[in-house]
Design a protein around this ligand. Structure first.
Ligand code: G
Ligand code: G
Ligand code: MN
Ligand code: NA
Length: 254
């Protein structure tokens, strides 16, 4: 396909960029972290959103080298903000299943930290619920190694991937990110609200901080805060923004 062909040269042509979306601490209103989100500046196609190419990159295996770039670039950028004296917040990176299952993934993470000089507690890895529910024992082993290296781990898109509750407690998780579909439906009916409340309770009982995704309204923020949600991410606070604007967001915190 067209995407597949262009994707072949995208890395060497430096066509990828990272955008960053902040998440906000419900208690303090301050920026609690930034999620790195990949964008592709393709000369003929324009700015291509990940929904249009991540799937293709997964199928062709190209996601492995792209993911490696994202990991290093996110660490490098986070370190560069810190060196500029901006407030230190963790940067979160999305990890695809294929990338995570590579034998060298844990070492790749350590290498990205070492070569960028970023302290490990400022790197978070977002693993989707569906990634975590396949080859569970191997996933737990890799997650333990990553935790031992000092990075933080999140379960992303929570609620969409048929988690086995008996396994959930075995994963060493720091954050649970409630998928935005639940936040969207939350205030429309009683079951929607009850599901989100249960996720918050479940996440807390697993020892996680809870991040609600896709928060777009003040009403949603109010409800989530009232129910004990720890952090929110979504268009209400900010869209994903290019690196310069992300730096300005941090500067405004300082
Ligand atoms: O940025 P946006 O909201 O359009 O992202 C759409 C989807 O693409 C989300 O599910 C997000 O997790 C995924 N995504 C964004 N950036 C990356 C990335 O660097 N690596 C992987 N594997 N997925 C990403
Ligand atoms: O799957 P993941 O959580 O990584 O997806 C992140 C994606 O969610 C990004 O592509 C981002 O553009 C999108 N996103 C972030 N905040 C909002 C929001 O408030 N509403 C909607 N509809 N999408 C959002
Ligand atoms: Mn994510
Ligand atoms: Na998500």
């Amino acid at each position: 396909t067209l995407i597949e062909g262009h994707l072949r040269n995208a890395l060497t042509r430096h066509e990828f960029v990272l955008y960053f979306q902040p998440r906000i601490d419900c208690g303090t209103g301050r920026v609690a972290g930034l999620e790195a989100l990949l964008r592709w500046r393709q000369p003929e196609l324009g700015l291509v959103q990940p929904d249009r190419f991540i799937g293709v990159a997964e199928e062709t295996g190209r996601i492995v080298e792209i993911g490696e770039w994202v990991l290093y670039e996110a660490c490098r950028q986070a370190k560069s903000w810190q060196d500029a004296g901006l407030p230190r917040v963790p940067v979160a990176v999305n990890v695809s299943a294929r990338q995570f299952r590579q034998a060298g993934f844990v070492q790749e993470v350590r290498d990205a930290l070492a070569s960028s000089g970023l302290a490990p507690e400022y790197l978070e890895l977002e693993l989707t619920e569906s990634l975590m529910m396949q080859n569970i024992e191997a996933v737990i082993t890799a997650m333990r190694l990553l935790k031992d290296s000092g990075v933080r781990l999140s379960i992303d898109d929570f609620g969409t991937g048929y988690s086995s509750l008996s396994y959930l407690r075995r994963f060493p998780l720091d954050y649970l990110k409630i998928d935005r579909s639940f936040v969207r439906d939350m205030l429309h009916d009683a079951p929607g609200a009850a599901i989100v409340r249960s996720m918050i309770t479940l996440g807390h009982s697993l020892g996680c901080r809870i991040i609600a995704e896709g928060v777009e309204t003040r009403d949603q923020l109010g409800y989530l805060t009232q129910q004990g949600c720890d952090e929110i991410q979504g268009f209400l606070c900010s869209r994903p923004v290019p690196v310069e604007q992300a730096g300005e967001l941090l500067h405004a915190e300082g």
